[in-house]
Design a protein around this ligand. Structure first.
Ligand code: C5P
Length: 409
């Protein structure tokens, strides 16, 4: 599972009008359309005349699975009111790419073609994804127009900075389709963690034996990364401390990579005093060898097998929970059997208000999971679900257990 790409069903039931204006970034909208439809959204593409110079309506129709509209005078709309009909029932209008000219038109309320008229006539939120040369973006008129649009409640996604199609480098390039997709999902997510700082650990740890070997475990990091993504989308400020995993960092999440339990402990203890919530999803190795060999341990014929002495690693979760003024602590436990007994015993031993338990062998590396919430006053099983969907449920469950920020302790 890629925690940053479209998840099937994530935008199910959402209807988006995707407005395209003239710019080379139009080619990226083919991919964006694919991500949105894969996630279950219906996408109604509307293009300006200029946009059709960069990518054809035929391509966009094939990808969106719906007829594309380009003209105010389109005979397919019986009442000839395409600007009204197309936006009614939409959850949002997304303009991508949004050209310099189109931003200027929007800021001044011009309505001289189908897309600009539709924007003025809409009764739903408007998101714009600017894409232009750096000089055009930095031009005082563009900056004035963007400021006006923001004041009017229009959401601006990007732009990004970097190499541009014209060969120059700077601000103005369109966000990559995945980043636009993530921003759209975030836009619809309820902001139950707004203003909260979350510290999350994910993945395994790796405890070296010598420079080439070590001890690790089967955690893929998927659940922790899914939680980090869901928490960010819920408005949280997320710091993710990740063990060695090959997963893409969720958009908008601050990631710190570590290898060993001790490094994870150090990273967590540095950040924990500032966190409102700590979620320990990492499968932390309980032991490390007391002495890591400086050279690769050689297999020599006739010699005795190497032996290792282990020392215990710090318990990160229990240490955070034992801080004088701890964040709200959530543990995860993967058990091989008897989840009911071990889950509650572990929660009480680590002194955390909430522990999320699952049966490890049924979870490792999979894209779905089935968990039970253990709390002082009982247990709540949740149905099996895709890890990303489950992460959203868990974020909502955690958010409603947080103390009201207006009550100062
Ligand atoms: O490994 P165990 O089942 O004890 O893990 C339960 C919880 O404790 C998890 O949230 C895990 O991240 C955390 N833990 C930890 N430090 C350890 C061992 C586990 O924070 N050394």
């Amino acid at each position: 599972m890629n925690t940053s790409a479209a998840n099937p069903g994530e935008l199910a039931g959402r209807h988006l009008v995707l407005g395209m204006t003239g710019g080379i970034a139009c080619y990226k909208i083919a991919e964006l359309t694919r991500l949105l439809t894969k996630a279950g959204a219906t996408v109604q593409v509307v293009m300006t005349e200029a946009a059709t110079q960069f990518i054809t309506p035929v391509t966009m129709q094939a990808l969106s699975g719906r007829p594309v509209y380009t003209s105010q005078w389109d005979g397919r709309v019986p009442n000839n009111m395409a600007h009204i009909d197309l936006s009614r029932g939409a959850d949002a209008v997304v303009i991508a790419p949004a050209s310099t000219d189109f931003l200027a038109k929007l800021a001044h309320g011009f309505a001289d073609d189908l897309l600009s008229t539709l924007c003025v006539a809409r009764d739903c939120p408007l998101l714009v994804v600017p894409a232009m040369n750096r000089q055009m973006w930095n031009h005082p008129a563009t900056q004035r127009n963007v400021a006006q649009l923001r004041a009017d409640g229009v959401e601006t996604l990007g732009p990004d900075s970097g190499p541009q199609a014209c060969g120059e480098v700077g601000d103005g390039r369109m966000l990559e389709p995945e980043a636009v997709y993530e921003s759209i999902v975030s836009f619809f997510a309820s902001k139950v963690l707004a203003g909260r700082k979350l510290l999350i650990t994910a993945g395994p740890t790796f405890e070296p034996l010598d420079p080439v070997r070590g001890i690790t475990n089967r955690s893929s990091g998927k659940m922790g990364f899914a939680l980090a993504r869901a928490a960010q989308q819920a408005g949280g400020d997320v710091h993710l401390v990740a063990g060695p995993v090959a997963l893409q960092t969720p958009w908008g999440v601050y990631r710190e990579d570590v290898q060993t339990a001790q490094q994870m402990y150090d990273a967590v203890m540095r950040a924990a005093p500032d966190a409102d919530v700590f979620i320990g999803v990492a499968a932390v190795a309980d032991w490390r060898v007391d002495h890591v060999a400086g050279h690769k341990i050689k297999k020599t014929a006739g010699q005795r097998m190497p032996t290792f002495t282990f020392v215990e690693n710090p318990d990160i979760l229990a240490s955070v929970a034992a801080m004088p003024n701890p964040p709200f602590c959530v543990g995860f436990a993967a058990e091989s059997d008897d989840l009911e007994v071990h889950g509650e015993e572990k929660r009480a031993r680590k002194k955390v208000p909430l522990l999320i338990g699952n049966l490890g062998p049924l979870t490792f590396g999979r894209d779905d999971n089935e968990v039970v919430l253990f709390e002082a006053d009982g247990r709540t099983p949740l149905p099996r679900a895709a890890k990303q969907a489950l992460a959203q449920t868990l974020v909502a469950e955690i958010a409603r257990r947080l103390p009201d920020p207006s009550i100062i302790s």
